[in-house]
Write a protein that binds this ligand. Sequence first.
Ligand code: ZN
Length: 372
Amino acid sequence: MLRFGRRALIGAGLFAVAAPALASAGTLTSATLAASRGRARLSIAVTGSQRWSIRATDDPLRLVLHMPEASWRGATTLRGAGPVRAARFVAADDTLVLDLTGPALPVAGPARAGHIVLDIARAPAPRFAAAVRAGRDVLAGTARNTALPLVVLDPGHGGRDPGAIGATGVQEKRIVLAAALELKRRLEAARTCRVLLTRSRDVFVPLADRVEIARRRDAALFVSLHADSAPGARGASVYTLAETATDSMSAALAIRENRADLAGGLRLPSVSPEVQRILISLIRQETRAGSHRLARLAVRELGEEVQLLPNTHREAAFVVLKSPDIPSALVELGFLSDRRDEAALQQRAHRARLSLALSRAVKQWLDAAPTG
Ligand SMILES: [Zn+2]
């Protein structure tokens, strides 16, 4: 069935359901129907890739565009144009139904990356009747989006929440923002991906918003950057989500990180342990596998450049890693509680090594990721 995106379609009387995009199907982000010289041009924007086919029916006169497994975000009806009286998406059938004012058939419109474009023109009645009798697709194709994948970088803390503070007063929020900006520049320069930061200034961003920024834009990957304090810990480390932490240090880090909203002045209703468990059980297996693959790559590449914390890949229940559909990892670039890490993290050359390692890990992850 046609799966509706996270943006609620409440106005159309439909329920919004979280719809993780399948590799084989795209997300339809907008659609237009415009009249031009007696024709109607239908244009549907697609993220990822989307197969489609269109047939004619005569009782009533219709064209039916089938888009298997598509997720849809946006209005569910389109105002008519040219020979099309009106169009509406029918979720249960994965279709866009175009009601016609008279016999009309589609031809392929101008090719446009990431779009299904069809020109619908009036047709002689016998030709339309023949197309209906044939019972086959009049046209079919696959729309592909050639845009680079989007990676969301999440510099932790910000604004009223400074994060960890080193012995010489260095603030985590400043270190991780500098590192994120450097990693962004490197990834963009290599044309590896598009990059979006959850914050590019010294502002407070609630944890849930950080996750939502990535989900709303269908990010391929989410990487949170930190440099916390943990007694006795030194070196870089990488964390993925798990209900039960691998060790007490990781558990303490997650508890501290998850309090960032309070530090920033937000008062949130606390979530019961039961709800937490349900949330985490929703994390899909493939998302978990993707997160672990990223962590392995990051550990390997960081190990080439900087000192690592022993047992470098760890797990704990970090709120920012809870996207059910976006592979996510949290990188502790080092620990501001360690004087040597604190000194290193202030050096541009050290941060350049960190961003080089992480950019290689992201590139390798994307190179091996299934494409839409
Ligand atoms: Zn932190």
